[in-house]
Ligand binder design. Structure first.
Ligand code: NAP
Length: 286
């Protein structure tokens, strides 16, 4: 068996089209445009690329965007002051804090400063709490992206075994909740899981969000499983060229999986599409 590719660019473009049409309707009805503000602290090169990609994506669907770039020396109080200004700005419907923040900053305090109705990353404790209680408001973008990609090839998850490698509050945990609400049976694996191969081999759906390049090989994958690779690790090969690695050994796993996402071009583009969707949703609810 050679796995079919789940193309995140194609899926994202389909979603962009829907969002762009809804943004047009929104503008016609309300007379103003949904607005996103991204707060970037410091000069992490990967973060700068991600922020630029988000800015371009907003322009593609007609959402206005602003980037507020603070120096890496910015204090927590300064960051929160900026967020408070954006919370009060009626032209801004969504606020995204680009992660990671510098180590000296308490991320939870900063995320908690974002008004929950503008929290388009879905990471405010209130929004995560509502999700866990089954009454979601704004949901984190990467878990939404993973669910979308899985359902594009497997419309019903009822009774399926979903194994998620990773339990971060950004990806693994909220995704576990989403898939559980889809009536999948969820196994949440992590770095202390006793036998990762055995756990992963139970999976009809295997999602890997560990940040550990090529952690998952064909021995981890049941024949015919759907495999979603969330991992992004930037590296340099022996010839000095830069490249991005996923958590899945693509060449090996495509021999056994039925469907597989590539890195790059899988979860990444869909995550941005859901940021746009969340910004529109926040504007519609405002
Ligand atoms: P994280 O906070 O570092 O969490 C990693 C998780 O993986 C932890 O729960 C950790 O277990 C687990 N883990 C690490 N090594 C493992 C191993 N060898 N075996 C089993 N479990 C292991 O990372 P994250 O923020 O969730 O991100 C995960 C990856 O996804 C990163 O590569 C990140 O860049 C990528 N990502 C991609 C997107 C996208 O849009 N494509 C979005 C977000 C993140 P413990 O809890 O026991 O430490």
């Amino acid at each position: 068996m050679v796995a079919k590719l789940i193309d995140g660019h194609v899926q994202a473009l389909l979603l962009y089209r829907e969002i762009a049409a809804q943004v047009e309707n929104f503008k016609a009805a309300k007379g103003y445009t949904p607005g996103l503000a991204v707060v970037l602290v410091g000069d992490n090169p990967s973060s700068q690329i991600y922020v630029e990609n988000k800015r371009k994506a907003c322009a593609q669907v007609g959402i206005t965007s602003q980037v507020h770039h603070l120096p890496k020396t910015a204090s927590q109080e300064e960051i929160i002051r900026k967020i408070n200004t954006l919370n009060a700005d009626e032209a801004i419907h969504g606020i995204l804090i680009q992660l990671p923040l510098p180590e000296s900053i308490d991320g939870l305090s900063v995320i908690s400063a974002v008004a929950p109705h503008k929290d388009v990353d879905g990471l405010h404790p209130l929004n995560l709490g509502l999700l866990f209680m089954g009454r979601p408001n704004l949901i984190p973008c990467t878990p939404l992206a993973c669910r979308h990609l899985i359902k594009s090839v497997l419309p019903s998850l009822k009774g399926k075994c979903a194994v998620i490698v990773g339990r971060s509050f950004l990806v693994g945990r909220p995704l576990g909740v989403l898939l559980s609400f889809e009536n999948a049976t969820v196994v949440q694996a992590h770095s202390h899981t006793a036998n990762l191969v055995e756990e992963c081999r139970r999976a009809d759906i295997l999602v890997v969000a560990a940040g550990s390049p090529r952690l998952i090989t064909k021995e981890h994958v049941k024949q015919g499983a759907v495999v979603i690779d969330v991992g992004i690790t930037r590296g340099t090969d022996s010839k000095g060229s830069k490249h991005i690695m996923g958590d899945v050994d693509f060449e090996e796993v495509q021999e056994v999986a039925s469907y597989l996402t590539p890195v790059p071009g899988g979860v990444g583009p869909m995550t941005i599409a859901y940021l746009l969707q969340n910004t529109l949703t926040a504007a519609q609810k405002s």
